[in-house]
Write a protein that binds this ligand. Structure first.
Ligand code: TXA
Ligand code: MG
Length: 316
């Protein structure tokens, strides 16, 4: 799947079915929501989710929003608080993302949450998007369908300008109604506004009967115990290792042999897909010291190195 020939699918039952099949095969499909076009991948498939980061050229693994067709599907992935349930009943389907605790064993790729124990989830208010999600039958991870650093796309042509040749398909549903991303609400534990968006803050406060605290999403993501340390293994990590020293568990890549391999063939997308599980496994096997082979900085390699540098940083 290195250089896909991007096809455009019509917003009709055949197009939606084809889009669902492509997702099921690990492909990337851009699809319209009421806010902006999302770049969708099967949220259970590590390789597919890793490819979102390569297609967008994202230098870091930021957590992604998952999209589901209905509340029943949402229940499979997250634990609702009473306030979250109240907001969902008023504003879903719609441009509101709720950040909620992940349900254990739900099967999401850890790359979706970038190692967090919470996940952003929403039901889009867009007929074809929901038809696609319900046809697919499980969560679709989707950031906005633009290259990293560019503005979010609101037409299929915008998506094609930025991502043609990098994704398998675009489900062309015309222009997005809202044209602005979803409002993101966290519960930590009080309801707080993490990103302003399609649902106005006042409407949310009226529904809750209380004011929202205001916190930037990146503050939450960088909060102690969250992204920075969650997937850092207990053992200290030595980066750019060519061989293991005594007592180290070696994680290899490509020609650099290890006890475990991020990718035997030196494939960076495969390495990204394996990264979080690999770090987690070091705890499971009780590694006391870890050495990791050099990972090239090209493409998604930058995001892998960013994550590894954080995992290797001194901790308290
Ligand atoms: O309208 C939207 O929300 C669009 C459409 C496609 O649904 N999606 C979108 O996704 O804007 P993205 O990835 O461009 O923005 C998601 C934001 C990021 O700022 C991310 O950091 C934040 O949501 N986020 C995701 N999971 C989070 C979590 N567990 N905690 C805090 N913030 C989270
Ligand atoms: Mg975005």
């Amino acid at each position: 799947m290195s250089e896909p020939n991007t096809i455009t699918l019509g917003a009709n039952p055949a197009g939606i079915e084809r889009a669902a099949d492509i997702l099921g095969d690990g492909g990337l499909v851009a699809f319209a929501t009421e806010t902006v076009y999302g770049l969708g991948a099967d949220a259970h498939n590590d390789m597919a989710v890793a490819r979102i980061f390569t297609a967008k050229g994202r230098p870091q693994f930021n957590p992604l929003i998952i999209h589901v067709s209905d509340v029943e599907m949402a229940e499979r992935y997250v634990e609702f608080t009473p306030e979250a349930r109240a907001l969902a009943s008023v504003f879903w389907p719609g441009p509101m993302t709720l950040v909620l605790p992940l349900r254990a064993g739900c099967g999401l790729s850890p790359l979706v949450t970038a190692g967090l124990t919470t996940v952003g989830i929403r039901i889009p208010a867009h007929n074809e998007a929901r038809a696609l999600l319900s046809r697919f039958g499980r969560a679709v991870a989707a950031p906005s369908a633009n290259p990293s650093g560019r503005i979010s796309p609101t037409t299929a042509a915008h998506v094609s300008d930025g991502l043609a040749g990098k994704i398998e398909a675009i489900l062309d549903c015309g222009a997005c109604d809202v044209g602005l991303e979803s409002t993101i609400i966290g519960f930590d534990p009080a309801p707080s506004l993490l990103r302003a968006g399609g649902v106005p803050r006042e409407a949310i406060e009226a529904a809750l009967g209380t004011q929202l605290a205001i916190r930037a999403s990146h503050d939450v993501i960088n909060a102690p115990g969250q992204l920075l340390s969650h997937y850092a293994p207990d053992a200290p990590i030595r980066l750019n290792a060519e061989t293991a020293h005594d007592g180290e568990v070696m994680i290899g890549f490509g020609d650099v042999e290890g006890d475990y391999m991020l990718s035997t063939s030196g494939d960076l997308v495969e390495a990204a897909a394996n990264l979080f599980q690999m770090l987690h496994k070091m705890d499971t096997i009780g590694a006391s010291r870890i050495a990791i082979a050099p990972i090239p900085m090209d493409g998604i390699g930058a995001a892998i190195n960013d994550r590894l540098t954080r995992a290797a940083a001194p901790r308290d």
